[in-house]
Design a protein around this ligand. Structure first.
Ligand SMILES: Nc1ncnc2c1ncn2[C@@H]1O[C@H](COP(=O)(O)OP(=O)(O)OP(=O)(O)O)[C@@H](O)[C@H]1O
Ligand SMILES: [Mg+2]
Length: 583
């Protein structure tokens, strides 16, 4: 076995819990146990065929294991026949139980591991997601992790049991006829050399191609369906289809090579074995004389041969499958450990927000960028205050809010609550109601989008927020009311309706702090004004931070921060801002 297979097995082991490791050992032990029965049945069949040919051998064999030496030849054949039947029955019952145990155990580990992987992804630093395509996460959970269990882990168990059967059968054949050892050794050497030098590196390469092209297929498919409107209007349908087909063809090519090549070992082995049988018959013909005398010996060889052949083939196939799943195992391992290193949020049970949010001399730069997105930001926001943020596009407003939310980590300076608690904590997130500049709605009902993830929806709270965001009229006009499905990303709603659902969501959990990033940009003036009135009335003791391009949106804010090129240009008030605009 090549070292990368061994290190992949080691990686799989590291990804399992203690309990799962024991279960995996159980699977392997089960496989070995059933292979022992496989060997036992193979041996007894050989003996049985020999005894059928020479009944007096039966007495000899039974006497050898200390059983009734006064048995007649016929009776010993009878007992042997019964033993063959019973042993076969036991072997197949074990194999059936094993199939269920193996598959259910591996699939349980599969979904439990994916749950753990998702938990790690959920705790990841937000900045991590800004640096990579979301299809990668889907490919790791849906593709690589799946392959690691269904191909990688199953292959290890099967290789163990197949190699055990193979080894025993080889020993048996060699004991029966030592001269065959040389032939088997030669076949083993040819197969082993071909496997390690020829096949395994190829399967690793194809596995890598499959992995890469699957990711790009998924990425392009997601872009095709998400950007369908733009693709159609820009007349780029064919271009997107061609790009998808290019990667799809690469994936299919790798898949076809893998599957077709996996059929080759069987043909090679079959040819080698038939060659050996023919040779054995020819040699035995010379030694035993008439073919009839050879039936007993040959029957045994034939059985062992036909069990040995597919066994060897399966072993090679499983090794190839394992090798092709190595890239997936490596990626799952990397992702699982990398995610652990990027968990930056703290758990602070004693977290309190009673006085102030304080930004101290903050500098922030996005990954791989040459310029700071924020520079020298110092700001205090008192509890209960409402702050407006204005500034040209790209001036750093959303970045500033993301720092306050604790999603982004400044490379210099810090953001603290009440002078001691970092904003990069789970407890701070729980105090916030946030409406993003790019709203995300799930393909579910309006009510589920507002309560977002809550299993039991609080009807009273739901109705309150629906009224607060002026959605009552819309909901009353819908046949299914709040139970209407909004479509993927809210595709069946208008932009303003989507924004109001997002605002309702931010209010639903009655947060201490409301953060709106262009939350009302899609609303007409009248709806926005009414909505702002309700928000202000329900926000009496709340701290509000609001980004807006329309300055009138911020007319009730206590202070307005003007951003420019990543810095705070001035801190002013609505009236002042209006006045300076008039000048
Ligand atoms: N993930 C990112 N990676 C690199 N640069 C980014 C990233 N997000 C934003 N930027 C850059 O940081 C700067 C500030 O962006 P930000 O989104 O904070 O601006 P904004 O004031 O909110 O603009 P808008 O009014 O258009 O929403 C911009 O120059 C932008 O290009
Ligand atoms: Mg913005």
């Amino acid at each position: 076995m090549s070292s990368s297979i061994l290190s992949a097995i080691q990686k799989m082991r590291c990804l399992l819990t203690k309990e799962e490791k024991v279960k995996w050992l159980g699977i392997i032990a089960f496989a070995l146990c059933s292979s022992l029965f496989e060997v036992a049945t193979a041996s007894i069949i050989v003996v049985f065929v020999q005894v059928l040919n020479q009944p007096e051998l039966g007495e000899k064999y039974l006497a050898m294991i200390g059983l009734a030496d006064d048995l007649s030849a016929q009776r010993s054949v009878f007992y042997l026949a019964i033993s063959v039947g019973v042993l076969y029955l036991i072997k197949n019952i074990i194999a059936a139980v094993e199939a269920f145990y193996q598959n259910f155990s591996v699939q349980k580990m599969n979904y439990q591991f994916k749950g753990r992987l998702l938990e790690r992804y959920a705790e990841l630093d937000y900045a991590f997601y800004l640096t990579r395509n979301s299809s990668l996460g889907s490919a790791v959970v849906g593709g690589d992790a799946e392959l690691m269990f269904s191909a990688g882990m199953m292959s290890v168990a099967m290789i163990m049991s197949e190699s055990m059967v193979f080894l025993f059968l080889v020993i048996m054949v060699v004991l029966m006829n030592p001269s065959l050892f040389f032939v088997i050794f030669l076949v083993g050497l040819i197969c082993g050399w071909g496997l390690v030098k020829g096949l395994m590196p190829k399967f690793y390469k194809w596995g890598k191609h499959l992995q890469e092209s699957s990711l790009l297929c998924g990425q392009n498919l997601a872009q095709f369906f998400h950007g369908f409107k733009d693709i159609v209007l820009l007349g780029k349908r064919q271009i997107f289809i061609d790009v998808y087909q290019y990667y799809s063809q690469k994936r299919s090519h790798a898949q076809a090579l893998q599957t077709a090549t996996n059929a080759m070992p069987r043909l090679v082995i079959e040819t080698l074995f038939v060659g050996i049988f023919v040779l054995v018959i020819a040699i035995l013909c010379l030694v035993h004389g008439t073919p009839l005398q050879m039936i007993g010996v040959l029957g045994g060889y034939l059985y062992v041969g036909f069990r040995l052949m597919p066994g060897l083939n399966r072993m090679i196939n499983q090794l190839n499958t394992l090798k092709s799943s190595v890239p997936s195992i490596v990626r799952v391992y990397q992702e699982y450990n990398e995610t652990a290193a990027k968990q930056n949020y703290l758990n602070i049970p004693e977290f309190q927000f009673n006085e102030i949010i304080e930004l101290k001399d903050i500098f922030f730069r996005y990954a791989n960028m040459e310029k700071d997105a924020l520079q020298n930001i110092s700001l205090c926001i008192k509890k209960g205050e409402s702050i407006g943020i204005v500034g040209k596009t790209g001036s750093g407003k959303s970045t500033l809010v993301d720092i306050i939310l604790g999603l982004l980590k400044p490379y210099k300076g810090e953001a603290l609550v009440d002078g001691k608690f970092t904003v990069r904590s789970y407890q701070w997130h729980q105090k916030i109601g946030y409406v993003s500049q790019s709203i995300y709605l799930i393909d579910d009902t309006i009510a589920a989008n507002i309560a977002f993830g809550e299993k039991e929806i609080n009807e009273e709270r739901l109705n309150f927020v629906i009224n607060a965001v002026q959605l009552r009229k819309l909901i009353d006009s819908l046949p299914k009311g709040a139970e209407t499905i909004v479509g993927e990303r809210g595709i069946r709603l208008s932009g303003g309706e989507r924004q109001r659902i997002a605002i309702a969501r931010s209010l639903y959990h009655n947060p201490d702090v409301l953060v709106f990033d262009e939350a009302t940009s899609a609303l007409d003036n009248q709806t926005e004004e009414k909505l702002m009135e309700t928000i202000n009335s329900v926000s009496k003791n709340r701290t509000v931070i609001m980004i807006a391009h329309r300055i009138t949106t911020l007319k009730d804010c206590d202070r307005i921060i003007v951003m420019e090129k990543g810095q705070i240009k001035e801190v002013t008030q609505y009236n002042e801002l209006e006045r300076s605009k008039m000048v």
